[in-house]
Design a protein around this ligand. Structure first.
Ligand code: DGJ
Length: 688
């Protein structure tokens, strides 16, 4: 390679990334809205060249894909590694480039860095590989580093907790570092590996936005740094210092999206990418089945006759998959014992699981089963036989009375494979709920690699079995785990009001088809609240719908509502499970609303959930989005019968379908009937 200035462009729908190099590591010259295909991107150099005081950089590009401490870069370096305890300060030179793969070498330090880019549907993926001559200890390796937007004021990132997943945080760009790091050994409730970088004034539906998602389940780090000279850099990688020393390292893929249509542009790109490119569906032709999960109905108290009666009622309501949750193995009467002993408990199941499975099949449902393979109770035959398979110090603090098995050990994986395969090969199991309820005692990337390997082996040998990723609810949701799974259990909160909010914010990443959502008990077990059945049912119907209460608690009137909503869900699932979820900019902060839009734009459904009492009396209009301004739409409030008698205002929407113009719906918006909080309006729209 020569030291001449060179440029390369990578185009994905709606975005262009231009890389440039003049010898050393290439860097981003431009990342944003799609550039005209006819543009000669080398001409962009003139527009961005600048003289930076302090001698930090005076050549393009502004930031390299791996900023190097050895090149006087004083921010966070993209590579921090040691050989024999001595810090390495490489200065790489580009040796090969084909536009998607860039190889850089430091002959003195004997290191090779490779950056690989790919266009995957609507997103651009990027990853970094480090190869060393001899062993090095790696502290940090960044996926290709990109500049943060100069017009951005805030960073939207996520925090969360058990039963409170996907909470949006807004932090200002300011001098220094915003660092998010998941050191729990999973992508985690606390630091979901995704962030948005909006430009000033961007909303859900308008404005320029950049977004990134790091597809790794073992804990990650994000740096969003503003340097003293004003440049901004964004880095993602595995959590620092979590890999064993070695000679070859790879980051996970970093997924990038740039939008001119607000947060929704990036959200839709991620939703489509996960649904259509990352997840592999065991039965792509099969509609997503309505779930029933027995956890909140019976907990550990398994009884065949009770479960049969529950299954009867669940099937009548419309369930199509029956899931037996925790408690069927070992001597698992509570959470103190038996994790690791994956043999059917003969006390609870004297004739095995087959009588229940047969019953479920007779009702026209498929059967699913819970496992928590990576975990072990010290009160288990497994821990007694193999204490050396348990990770962490003997006197470690336990979480949920359990410890973690060493999945990096092939013997442990073989044991777990044999146990799970024994159940799958002797029972007709359609689905596994794969749980993970405690943090690693010490964060270690090889654990997640072991989990992926075990899942991959099971998926290869049992390709028709779907897997759900659950980790105390939504503690392991990322593109890495979704390569091996098809559904996420977004939260253990079945509180419809909380779930409405969690779903709304998780839609910045997750499509409906992979987001589980269940109708919980009348008295919510995690919040103590009571919500009526219509609200509970509609919130679950926003995503991959299921039930998770003892269905025998439902009154006839409640059962009728749930049956009707479930029937509506089934009638619309084919297009809705492939739809885009567009978050709406609600003028009333108590209303959380979204528009699910069919791929061809001919139909949509709006869910407008009221999560609190409004400040004002009359409902504010709700603007829709991405409609054809010139087209008319037939609009129908399909649950208008839920209108409260205190909603006295005469409005046509309450009495039947209306035809309204697209521009009007986007500019003025729809005024919905007044309602109490904890209610959902559901509006269907169809282009006429
Ligand atoms: C935690 C999960 O999030 C719950 O849904 C349930 O499966 C329990 N574990 C079972 O122990």
């Amino acid at each position: 390679m020569t030291n001449d200035f060179q440029t390369w462009r990578i185009d994905a729908p709606g975005q262009t990334l231009v890389l440039a190099s003049s010898g050393g590591i290439p860097g981003a010259l431009y990342w944003g809205a799609a550039l005209p295909t006819s543009l000669d991107v080398s001409s962009l150099a003139a527009g961005v060249a600048r003289d930076v005081t302090g001698g930090m950089i005076d050549v393009l590009p502004e930031l390299s894909l791996c900023p190097e401490a050895g090149n006087s870069f004083q921010g966070q370096a993209g590579l921090v590694a040691y050989r024999d305890g001595v810090a390495l300060h490489p200065r790489f030179l580009l040796t090969e480039a084909d536009g998607l793969r860039f190889v850089c070498r430091d002959a003195t330090e004997k290191l090779t860095l490779t950056f690989t880019f790919a266009v995957e549907g609507d997103v651009i993926s990027a990853k970094t590989t480090l190869d060393a001559d001899g062993v090095v200890a790696l502290h940090h390796l960044a996926a290709p580093v990109l500049p943060g937007p100069q017009y951005g004021e805030d960073i939207l990132h996520f925090t969360g907790r058990w039963i409170g997943e996907f909470q949006l945080e807004r932090s200002p760009w300011r001098a220094g570092l915003l660092m998010r790091e998941a050191r729990s050994g999973r992508s985690g409730h606390e630091h979901p590996p995704i962030a948005y970088f909006p430009e000033r004034g961007a909303t859900n539906t308008q404005g320029a936005v950049f977004a990134m998602h790091y597809g790794w389940s073992g804990g990650h780090v994000m740096y969003a740094e503003e340097l003293p000279d004003g440049r901004r850099q964004i880095q993602w990688g595995h959590a620092t210092g979590t890999r064993p020393a070695g000679a070859h390292f790879e980051t996970s893929k970093l997924y990038m999206s740039a939008s001119e249509t607000g947060l929704n542009g990036c959200a839709v790109a991620f939703q489509r990418h996960l649904r259509d490119r990352v997840v592999t569906w065991p039965h792509p032709e099969r509609p997503r089945p309505v779930h029933y999960n027995c956890w909140e109905a019976i907990y550990f108290d398994h009884d065949l006759q009770e479960l049969k009666a529950i299954a009867d009622r669940a099937a009548t309501l419309g369930a199509e998959r029956f899931v037996l949750d925790d408690g069927w193995f070992g001597k698992r009467d509570d959470d103190t014992s038996s994790l690791g002993d994956w043999d059917i408990d003969p006390r609870k199941w004297p004739d095995g699981l087959t009588p229940l499975i047969d019953h479920v099949h007779c009702l026209g449902m498929v059967f699913g089963l819970w496992f928590e393979p990576e975990m072990v109770n010290m009160d288990s035959d497994l821990a007694r036989a193999h204490p050396e398979w348990v990770l962490g110090a003997v006197d470690q603090i336990e979480g949920r009375q359990q410890r973690v098995l060493d999945l990096a050990n092939p013997e442990v994986r073989a044991y777990l494979y044999d146990k799970i395969a024994a159940v799958l090969s002797t029972h007709d199991v359609d689905y596994i709920k794969w749980d993970h309820n405690r943090l690693l005692p010490i964060s270690d990337a090889t654990q997640a690699e072991g989990v992926y390997a075990l899942m991959a082996q099971l998926r290869a040998d049992f390709p028709t079995v779907e897997i759900e990723s659950c980790a105390s609810g939504g503690g392991r949701i990322d593109a890495g785990i979704l390569k091996h799974t098809q559904r996420v259990w977004l939260s253990d909160s079945n509180d419809a009001q909380e779930r409405l909010r969690i779903q709304h914010d998780a839609a910045l990443m997750l499509p409906a088809a992979i987001t589980g959502s269940h109708v919980g008990p009348r008295h919510c077990h995690t919040s103590g609240r009571v919500h009526d059945i219509a609200f509970r049912a509609w919130v679950a119907a926003q995503r991959h719908m299921g039930f998770e209460m003892d269905p025998r608690e439902l009154t006839e009137a409640e059962a009728q509502v749930l049956t009707e909503v479930t029937a509506w869900w089934k009638a619309n699932r084919d297009w809705r499970m492939a739809a885009d979820i567009l978050r709406l900019d609600s003028a009333d902060p108590s209303v959380l609303a979204e528009q699910q839009m069919a791929g061809d734009g001919t139909q949509f459904v709006v869910f407008a959930g009221k999560a609190a009492t409004s400040a004002q009396i009359i409902p504010r209009p709700l603007r829709l989005t991405r409609l054809d301004a010139d087209a008319d739409y037939k609009i129908e409030l399909i649950n208008r019968s839920e209108s409260h008698h205190l909603s006295r205002r005469e409005m046509p929407l309450k009495s039947g379908p209306l035809t309204l113009n697209g521009q009007f719906l986007m500019q003025h918006g729809l005024i919905l009937p007044w309602s109490f909080p904890d209610r959902m309006w559901v509006i269907e729209g169809r282009r006429v």
